[in-house]
Design a binder for this molecule. Sequence first.
Ligand code: KG4
Ligand code: ZN
Length: 384
Amino acid sequence: MNILSIETSCDETAVSIVRADGDFPHATYTILGNALFSQIDIHREYGGVFPAVAKREHAKTLVPMLEKALGEAALSEKEIVLDENTHTAITELLSREPGLAEALFRYCSTHGKPEVDAIGVTVGPGLEPALWVGINFARALSLVWDIPIVPVDHMEGHILIGLFDGTRLAPTTFPALALLISGGHTELVLMQDWKSYELLGETRDDAVGEAFDKSARLLGLPYPGGPEISRIAEGTREEGMIPSFTLPRPMLTSPDYDFSFSGLKTAVLHAVKDGKDQREIAREFEDAATEVLVAKVRRALDEHNAQTLILGGGVAANTNIRRAFADLFRDEYPERALFLPEKTLTTDNAVMIALSAHARINEAVPGTTELRADGNLRLAPKTA
Ligand code: KG4
Ligand code: ZN
């Protein structure tokens, strides 16, 4: 089957078309089309992501991304005629997304219904105004093509793509742990099986990516700050620099799996005010964040005898964090499996949404169904 997926939860507008041969989790996947527009340059001017700006950009970019992904996929098309009722329904559905209905109608005037069997769309977590654009667009497409929609949890997408080698999901030994670290999330999730999730711990304040971004800002670095801090910190390691001060490792030894990064960010603020060296601060910040992540995961690996660790989310692109986990598994858990997804896949994209949609294809609903954006959607209630 062919799945068209849509991701608009934050600052990436992404559409992909993925063919799945076989059933989840043993299917073979082929990425037929993959289009992604990062709004980073737009948000950089504002120093961060503002939901209203993200929403406007998604509305502007969705049809071009649809066109690109479907163009790559080059699926055969069946002629369709939009009746007046559908036209009216779509106009109403997209009434709050300026220009989107018109762009979609323009697209439909030159294209038929592609060989797509279902639409997967992120319904949360994320920025609600941004999520709504994707959801309403999915519903409109679903009405045009008369195919169902699968509501997708963005975080499940991050987990599944961590196991994806471009063709298949890795055979996975459970229990498995997933550490999801991004601009919006810091979650440690335990899986006893496919699609079975327990939230072991999460951040109590800032997400780790948010702490990277805010600290970078305090250091005078552009948005997004994660890659900037990483670049500077790597430079200091290559030079063999030993920081002359330390920053706190929040909750390093607390007897739970929760995280807290706002204190670390405040410590960066004080260090800046004290006139400490920018590069040393970046290095210490990254070391502190990495140490805390590794310590919590190590405890969870031991306590739950987890056989697999999956890293996901934009911060999983961080060189120092990747190296720290690679070292941990090499030195302490050589028998267990570590999945460090390719950097292009750890950040938000639509292929991950297609994988999750395929996993939940039995949860597909008609496009006429009310769907809600849920900014705080959770994979599972917290158990620990
Ligand atoms: O998953 P993602 O693309 O979007 C969501 O937040 O859902 O993650 C973006 C976050 C940003 O905070 C960015 O600074 C961070 O990932 N990030 C990094 C690196 N690359 C991206 N953080 C640290 N080191 C990196 N190399
Ligand atoms: Zn994400």
